[in-house]
Design a protein around this ligand. Structure first.
Ligand code: CA
Length: 239
C-alpha cells in the first residue's frame, strides 16, 4: 500500500530540514494547512525517505548534515519530476541559476512566512496540474489570457493580439510554466537556440514588448515578473 492511495486528498510534503525550530513550525503549520508532513533531518535521510515514500512536493533546505541539499536535489531529480522548492538561509551564497538548472522548481529564503511558503507550494502543485492538463489540450487559459497553440493565436480579454514568432514562442514557454522561475539561459535556449546572437538585451526587449501587449500596467507587471539576476516568472493569479 502506498501513501498516495491511503490519503488521496491530502498533499504529501517531504520536508528536508535540520533546524529544530523550523521542523516544529513546519510540522504544525503545514499540518494545519492540510498537508501530510514527513520530516528528514539530513541529506541521507532525505534520499531514503524519498525512495520509500510517495511525495507530491519536496521542501529542501540547502545546508544539511551528511549530504548537501544540492546533491539531494540532483539525486531526486535524476529519478523523479516531483516539484522541489529549495530553501536557503539569508546571506548564504547560493547560485540560484544553478539551483534552477539542476531542477529546483522554486526557492524561498529564510526567514520566510508560512503563508508565503504555502502559496509557493500551491503554485508548484498548480503548475504541475496545469502541465498535466496541457498534455491533452492545446489551449492555454490563464486568467484573462488565452493562447491557442495550434492556431498560433493569442487573446487578451477575448481580443486577439498579434504576436511575432519569437514573442509567441516566448510567451508560450512562460504560460506553460506558470509560477515557475525560468532562467534567462533556459528562455534564450528554448526560444532562440543558436539563433540568439550577441546582444543579451534581446530577451529583455521581447519581454518588454509582451508586457505592453498583455499587462494592464506594463511598468508594474503582474503577469510577467522579473526575478532579479535570474530570469522571469509568469505569475499564477488567483481566481
Ligand atoms: Ca540547514
Amino acid at each position: 500500500m502506498t501513501k498516495k492511495q491511503s490519503s488521496d486528498q491530502r498533499v504529501s510534503v517531504l520536508v528536508v530540514e535540520d533546524e529544530e525550530s523550523f521542523v516544529d513550525a513546519l510540522t504544525v503549520g503545514l499540518g494545519r494547512e492540510g498537508f501530510d508532513v514527513t520530516i528528514a533531518r539530513d541529506g541521507q535521510l532525505a534520499m531514503t525517505s524519498f525512495a520509500e515514500g510517495h511525495f507530491d512536493v519536496v521542501l529542501l533546505d540547502l545546508m544539511l548534515p551528511k549530504v548537501s541539499g544540492l546533491d539531494v536535489c540532483r539525486a531526486i531529480r535524476s529519478q523523479s519530476s516531483v516539484p522541489i522548492i529549495v530553501v536557503s538561509a539569508k546571506g548564504e551564497e547560493v547560485d540560484m541559476v544553478l539551483m534552477l538548472e539542476i531542477g529546483a522548481d522554486d526557492y524561498v529564503t529564510k526567514p520566510y512566512r508560512l503563508r508565503e511558503l504555502v502559496a509557493r507550494i500551491r503554485a508548484v502543485l498548480r503548475r504541475r496540474h496545469d502541465f498535466d492538463e496541457l498534455a491533452s489540450d492545446e489551449l492555454i487559459t490563464l486568467g484573462n489570457i488565452r493562447m491557442d497553440i495550434d492556431a498560433r493565436r493569442l487573446y487578451v480579454n477575448d481580443e486577439e493580439i498579434k504576436l511575432r514568432k519569437k514573442e509567441f514562442a516566448l510567451l508560450r514557454l512562460l504560460l506553460e510554466n506558470p509560477g515557475r522561475v525560468l532562467t534567462r539561459e533556459v528562455l534564450i535556449d528554448r526560444v532562440w537556440g543558436s539563433d540568439y546572437v550577441g546582444d543579451t538585451k534581446t530577451l529583455d526587449v521581447h519581454i518588454k514588448r509582451l508586457r505592453t501587449l498583455i499587462e494592464d500596467e506594463p511598468k508594474n507587471p503582474t503577469h510577467i515578473t522579473t526575478v532579479r539576476g535570474v530570469g522571469y516568472r509568469y505569475e499564477v493569479v488567483k481566481g
